[in-house]
Design a protein around this ligand. Structure first.
Ligand code: NDP
Length: 449
């Protein structure tokens, strides 16, 4: 008789957990995966996927206005039906959720639609009370929104709820100035909401190059998004007329219809039984792992946002793949975290890979910066006064590109291709040697001064 019920028991069916389970099962392991909400996790159910679809929906607001300059008769007042978009987005989420379930099942992984908690190095207890054993356990429970502990915080929502609103709020206050704050500021602004973004410091999107994020701030303000900096949340109160009164430091109170907290995400380890199994975690609750995603307990591993390494879907997927190949596929490999590209789907979007200018100046002996500050052809004809900015950071010693950062239409699409060149260690000369593809925005990459 087998010593354990399963070779692998995965807790959490998000991007990392699903990839690890599917691959482990395809390598022949007996796998079960437990999920308390819906298979797909944050990215598919309440993150990247529905967000990107809303971004597409929001872009139409600008495209419809611009269409007139391209000869199309578009009425001044175009009606936007939020509920239709929301429901279509949720249908697509349902479709991907089914695909994920099918993929797992087709590979022989058993899906258990229950919450699971650790009770020992090889044991997991399910919400139904059943206890199962596994040779290896993978923690892939992701992260959950952090909500500041201020009076009335329960009157606000997080990105989890933003996808399910009954209507676009007339006035929305967004707390935080990171990815989620800037993406939803763009979305709700394009849908006609009055957006105010407040942050405790005066820096938006801290991880990105300062010139690129300054450009986003400038364009966002020009569009009509209000920013309040050095504003710490004091509290939210419901007013007699059913609105929300928000108080903060250094600024007047503001009355809005909705408050969205986008103040970071914390590892989802509450009540997971880490202590019972003896798994170590850091002060933020993130599971501590080594470069093989192994915890201090030899039978327990963790991948994705729950480890707080790099909170990005493709990284969690790679961690899940490397874990499964190493343990069950006789193909040990680790994730390479250098030059991971990322993007913010703001309006306009920004994207980057490698070191920012300040990181390069702190790290390298000499640094050369090249840039192109341009107005996309389409924006010129549309009288849209929005300039794109591309920036290349090179090692002054050998010309190697160490960072590439951009803001402008389709920046994430363009950067994904250019990131290959950065990852491959190409130099500025290689870009100079490449003939421009005209007319395109991407040609600015090979024309930087
Ligand atoms: P971010 O880490 O991007 O930004 C958090 C923001 O909240 C910052 O402006 C920060 O301010 C502020 N903040 C942090 N803690 C507090 C606090 N205790 N009180 C008040 N303000 C606070 O977090 P998000 O929530 O936007 O996103 C979470 C993660 O999800 C991201 O790190 C990202 O990895 C991932 N994500 C990725 C996306 C993508 O790839 N396009 C899209 C959405 C999310 P300050 O910096 O001034 O300290």
């Amino acid at each position: 008789m087998a010593q354990y019920d399963y070779d692998l028991f995965t807790i959490g069916a998000g991007s990392g957990g699903v990839r690890a389970s599917r691959v482990a099962a395809s390598h022949g392991a007996k796998v079960a995966i437990a999920e308390e909400h819906r298979v797909g996790g944050t990215c598919v159910i309440r993150g990247c996927v529905p967000k990107k679809l809303l971004v597409y929906g929001a872009q139409f607001a600008e495209d419809l206005k611009d269409a007139r300059c391209f000869g199309w008769d578009v009425p001044d007042e175009c009606n936007f039906d939020w509920q239709r978009l929301r429901d279509n987005v949720m249908k697509e989420v349902d479709r991907i959720n089914s695909v994920y379930r099918e993929t797992l099942t087709n590979h022989g992984a058993e899906i258990i639609d229950e919450r699971a908690e650790l009770v020992g190095p090889n044991e997991v207890k399910l919400a139904s009370g059943r206890t199962v054993s596994a040779k290896h356990i993978l923690i892939a429970t992701g992260a959950t929104p952090h909500v500041p502990d201020c009076p009335g915080h329960e009157l606000g929502i997080t990105s989890n709820e933003a996808f399910h609103l009954d209507a676009v709020p007339k006035r929305i206050l967004i707390a935080g100035a990171g990815y989620i704050a800037n993406e939803f500021a763009g979305i709700f602004h394009e849908f006609g909401a009055k957006v105010t973004l407040i942050n405790r410091t005066d820096v938006i999107l801290r991880q990105y190059d300062h010139q690129i994020r300054d450009r986003l701030l400038q364009i966002s303000m020009m569009k009509g998004i209000d920013f309040r900096f050095h504003a710490e949340f004091r509290g939210i109160e419901k007013t007699e007329n059913g609105c929300l009164n928000v108080s903060m430091t250094n600024h007047e109170d503001i009355e809005v219809d909705c408050v969205l907290f986008a103040t970071g995400r914390v590892p989802n380890t509450g009540g997971l039984g880490l202590e019972a199994a003896g798994v170590e975690y850091d002060e933020k609750g993130a599971v501590r792992v080594d470069e093989w995603s192994k915890t201090n307990v030899p039978s327990i591993y963790a991948v994705g946002d729950v480890t707080n390494r790099m909170q990005l879907t493709p990284v969690a997927i790679r961690e899940g793949q490397a874990f499964a190949d190493t343990l069950f596929g006789d193909n040990p490999h680790q994730v390479d975290y250098e030059n991971v590209p990322s993007a913010v789907f703001s309006h306009p979007p920004m994207a980057g890979v490698g070191m920012t200018e300040s990181e390069a100046k702190e790290t390298l002996g000499s640094v050369k910066i090249y840039q192109s500050d341009f107005r996309a052809m389409k924006n010129v004809l549309a009288n849209r006064n929005e300039r794109g900015l591309y920036k290349m950071i090179c090692d002054g010693e050998n010309g190697k590109i160490v960072g590439l950062h951009m803001i402008g239409p389709e920046a994430p699409e363009i950067l994904q291709a250019a990131a290959i060149a950065v990852k491959a260690g190409l130099t500025k000369q290689a870009f100079d040697d490449t003939v421009a593809l005209h007319p395109s925005m991407a040609e600015e990459l090979v024309l930087m001064k």
